[in-house]
Ligand binder design. Structure first.
Ligand code: FMN
Length: 323
């Protein structure tokens, strides 16, 4: 299915380990609603260590079903420029800078959200990078690393640069993915930035989306991650006004089967395939009324044949879709 350009504009969030080219293509072949995706990050490496492998998931011919934007994680301007140039040469018009990754091994090196408490370093990076980039830059960020007000020192700096968009996930890194997004802080960000702002965080159903849309009319686009994995019909439901869709389980099953077959072809060995599928079912299971039981059963499979038997039995027993 081709990208869906009706408003509101919806973007698939980057979920490293999940939303790679195989997933993005398969998703777009089975479900409507997304206008594009931000790809999971690739990390900057020293110039002489950049190989084809770093960018293979981003090759245009591997991303035919959904327009994507690549994302880079790093804090060294020269390495960033080198990788970004490579991506522009591959045909991309913009790249995204990750200022949100909350994991300690990343943040302690002042990468991802680890840079948020250091406005001068962000300023220096942008000054150097934006002079050298032949395309546009976008940013995806959290409110802060430790405190939700760190962003307010950054927004006036970001205002001085010609960014295309800023995506804000209104949590601190300390919160990881728990607690509620801070919507008051998000409103303050909207008020204090001149850039187009994309909202991201916890959009899980159409009702929740409508409440956010009513509260934040200035938002330029909406980014959905886990909510779309747990309910792949969500982007279309948002776009088409909640029209009732029949046969959801069968549609999901055919998506799942294609996804499984493609990973089976691509991943090396049954262990990797099983791990990948277990990861997906943590989200997929939430779509079903008896999903928790299934998730537990899948988690207790340690061999591919057992896994396959468990999933087959689940579908044979005609599960109910949750909504
Ligand atoms: C497993 C996982 C992997 C993620 N990988 C990335 C990533 O590569 N780049 C990024 O900017 N954010 C990443 N995120 C954050 C998501 O893009 C998003 O900001 C977050 O999940 C909140 O949105 P959601 O509630 O719609 O999922 C990741 C989140 C999860 C759970």
């Amino acid at each position: 299915m081709s990208p869906d350009y009706r408003t509101p504009r919806l973007i698939l969030a980057p979920l490293k380990g999940f939303t790679d080219a195989v997933f993005r293509n398969t998703f777009a072949e089975h479900f409507d609603g997304f206008d594009g995706a931000l790809a999971p990050f690739v990390t900057t490496v020293a110039v002489d260590r950049l190989t084809e492998k770093h960018v293979q998931d981003l090759l245009l011919h591997r991303n035919t079903r959904m327009p994507i934007e690549p994302q880079i994680l790093g804090n060294n301007a020269d390495d960033f420029i080198f990788l970004a140039r490579r991506l522009f040469e591959m045909g991309y018009a913009e790249v995204n800078w990750n200022l949100g990754c909350p994991f300690r091994p990343v943040t302690k090196k002042r990468r991802g959200s680890g840079l948020l408490p250091f406005p001068e370093q962000v300023d220096e990076f942008l000054d150097k990078t934006l002079r050298a980039l032949p395309g546009r830059l976008t940013i995806k960020m959290r409110l802060g690393r430790n405190r939700s007000d760190e962003i307010f020192k950054l927004l006036p700096i970001l205002d001085r640069y010609p960014l295309k968009t800023i995506t804000i996930h209104p949590r601190t890194a300390r919160q990881m993915y728990g607690g509620a997004p801070d919507l008051d802080a998000f409103q303050a960000c909207l008020d204090q930035s001149r850039h187009p702002i994309i909202y991201n965080g916890d959009i899980a159903d159409r009702q929740g989306f409508l409440a956010l849309e009513a509260r934040f009319p200035r938002v330029a686009a909406w980014m959905i991650g886990r909510g779309a994995l747990s309910n792949p019909f969500l982007p279309a439901a948002i776009k088409n006004g909640g029209e009732v869709v029949s046969g959801k389980v069968l549609k999901f099953k055919s998506f799942y089967e294609v996804l499984f077959a493609r990973y089976q072809e691509r991943l090396c060995g049954p262990g990797h395939l099983l791990d990948r599928m277990k990861g997906f079912w943590k989200y997929f299971a939430a779509a079903f009324k008896n999903g928790q039981v299934l998730e537990r059963q899948i988690n207790h499979t340690f061999k591919l044949p057992n896994y396959l038997e468990t999933v087959e039995r689940f579908f044979r027993e005609e599960p109910d879709w949750r909504d």
